[in-house]
Design a protein around this ligand. Structure first.
Ligand code: PBG
Length: 329
């Protein structure tokens, strides 16, 4: 496959000038490659710092508009909503997830009313923002129940879709939930609501700052290894994706991102479907803190983001998605 021989062939010839490097570039980023995550908090007039994620904030609904309008102006295709839930609204079963007036539902209604289809809305389906134990499903003797949790997830999906959410994103890793959610959506006149399955989600230490951002960190009992994937495995990731495609997923997510570029690449090569990469909170924190401390140059951010495209991702969920102008130029 590799042809040519030195000195006739000099790969450095095409690297010599900026115009030439741009001419032969294989990958690039535009704002259409991004999904912007937004953390919501109850109350009024707050834009609250998240200490483990410098540069990222929690917004009350009345403070959201400028942030969303900027995303629309910059042609970001979709936002992802994540609620910080007050601990008095949490319980063992996570029932606040089904409340039509919970924070996420209020936000969906508000954004859809104001901005219609100028930007897509994606919402996580999982119980962890709402459970008093911080797990994504119903807990029994330290084990997260599968089929019983699916019943909750179906209802959570229906509520969010009925409020106007465009893309339902189950991030819980229960077996069989994509098929059940698809069936329920179709039965309830929500045929066109898309499903982005977090098909490949590893049990990862990279989620720490996110759990802090949504207020589940202190609460979490144990770890999530009996439902999220073991990071020693990659064949298993392909089985997860194959199942979710059969069950009706429109797109799949690989998460975290950077330590799992091999998985992004093989999912894309094997299944030829839209693959999203999640540059998760821990990746963001490591990068942002290191840049702030001048340990590394800020171009490292672009280098990380491009690697997802090189691996084959169609888009990236990134906490940098609100600051792309400085990053991609
Ligand atoms: C919840 C969820 C998590 C993330 C997105 N949805 C955390 C978890 O599974 O514990 C992590 C995102 C991030 O770290 O940025 N199901």
């Amino acid at each position: 496959m590799i042809t040519g021989k030195f000195p006739n062939l000099r790969l450095r010839r095409s690297r010599k000038n900026d115009w030439s490097r741009r001419l032969i570039e294989e990958n690039n980023l535009t704002s259409s490659d991004f999904i912007l995550p937004i953390f919501l908090i109850e109350g009024k007039n707050k834009k609250q710092k998240i200490s483990s994620m410098p540069g990222v904030y929690r917004y009350t609904l009345d403070k959201l508009s400028p942030f969303i309008e900027k995303a629309i102006r910059n042609k970001i295709p979709m936002i992802a909503l994540f609620p910080y839930t007050n601990s008095r609204k949490k319980n063992e079963l996570g029932t606040e997830s089904l409340n039509e007036d919970n924070l996420v539902c209020k936000a969906i209604r508000l954004i859809k009313k104001k901005y219609k289809d100028q930007i897509g809305i994606m919402c996580d389906v999982a119980l962890d923002p709402y459970t008093s134990h911080g797990h994504d499903g119903l807990l029994k003797s330290g084990y997260v129940l599968n089929d019983e949790t699916i019943q909750m997830l179906i209802n959570q999906s229906l509520v969010q879709a009925q409020m106007g959410c465009d893309v339902i994103a189950p991030s819980d890793m229960m077996d069989g939930r994509i098929g059940e959610i698809r069936k329920a959506l179709d039965k309830n006149g929500l045929k066109m609501t898309q499903i982005l399955s977090y098909a490949v989600k590893y049990a990862s230490s990279y989620y720490g700052p996110f759990r802090d951002a949504v207020g589940s960190k202190r609460l979490l009992r144990g770890d999530k290894k009996n439902y999220q994937m073991d990071f020693r495995n990659s064949d298993e990731a392909l089985r997860e994706v194959a199942l979710d495609i059969k069950e009706g997923a429109d797109m799949v997510m690989v998460k975290p991102g950077l330590p799992y570029l091999d998985i992004i690449k093989s999912v894309k090569e094997k299944f030829k479907i839209p693959v999203m990469a999640y540059q998760v909170s821990g990746e963001y924190s490591l990068l942002e803190n290191s840049v702030n401390k001048n340990l590394v140059h800020k171009d490292i951010i672009l280098e990380n983001l491009i690697s997802f495209k090189r691996a084959g991702a169609n888009a990236i969920i990134s906490y940098y998605a609100d600051r792309l102008n400085d990053i991609i130029k």
